[in-house]
Design a protein around this ligand. Structure first.
Ligand SMILES: [Zn+2]
Length: 244
């Protein structure tokens, strides 16, 4: 029975590594989502800055086009004979000049905003690069952890086979059945007072006696095999001494 407990010990460790192996890819996909969000954030910050730059250039082009228009109209002014036409041209030139001055005002506002946007963009770039580097190092850390978990689990699995040879097939079948039913955790649990330490329910006096005598008795509530640790340790000692 001691061997069966050794096997369970091994299986519980294997189970722990397996849980880690399923957990790690989930963690990594969370990191991937975070990385994508950082990338989007940076793109947005850059787009804002570049958008202002484009608008500024557009204003400048508009201004020089308007200035050319004014020069053209000044030329026309000399050729005009009628007073109304002269006045009309002057009026048009005025409204073009007004448009120019509006664009110039807009450029001032844009330049101010551009300063802010550029500062923010550079700050974002630095912060996001830092966060991404952190994520990358976390990812490589958990990649290594995964590799370790896999190799340790495989090493533990390799230890299973020699143990199986020493275990009574009938006990093995019971053990497997309980493990399958419980999915996780122990199939063999120590007696605790007069209760099962798997489900904490009481055990009948007769079963307690048998357990104290060294038997593995199924708990009538949860089905786990209940044993008496002291007895198992004594038997293990007897086996070792007998073997010498
Ligand atoms: Zn129980």
């Amino acid at each position: 029975m001691k061997k069966l407990l050794d096997l369970q010990n091994l299986d519980l460790q294997i189970e722990k590594f397996r849980a880690r192996e399923t957990e790690i890819p989930k963690q990594k996909s969370k990191f991937d989502i975070h990385k994508k969000r950082l990338g989007d954030e940076l793109k947005e910050s850059e787009a804002k800055f570049k958008g202002l730059m484009v608008e500024q250039r557009k204003c400048e082009t508009d201004i020089s086009a308007s200035q050319e228009e004014i020069l053209k109209k000044e030329g026309q002014l000399i050729a005009v004979k009628k007073n109304e036409e002269y006045q009309a041209l002057l009026h048009e030139m005025e409204s073009i000049k007004k448009k120019i001055s509006q664009k110039e005002d807009r450029i001032l506002v844009i330049m101010e905003q551009m300063d802010d946007a550029e500062t923010r963009f550079n700050e974002d770039k630095q912060r996001i690069a830092g966060e991404e580097a952190e994520i990358t190092s976390e990812c490589s850390k958990i990649d290594k952890e995964l590799a370790v978990a896999v190799s340790e689990r495989e090493a533990l699995e390799a230890q299973r086979k020699p143990l199986l040879d020493d275990i009574d097939p009938a006990h093995m079948r019971k053990y497997d059945r309980i493990r399958r039913a419980k999915k996780t955790g122990a199939a063999l649990v120590p007696l605790q007072g007069e209760s099962c330490s798997g489900c904490f329910m009481g055990i009948t006096a007769q079963n307690v006696n048998e357990i104290l005598g060294g038997k593995f008795i199924p708990c009538s509530h949860c089905g786990r095999l209940v044993y008496f640790p002291t007895k198992v340790a004594e038997e293990a000692l007897e086996v070792t001494e007998g073997g010498q």
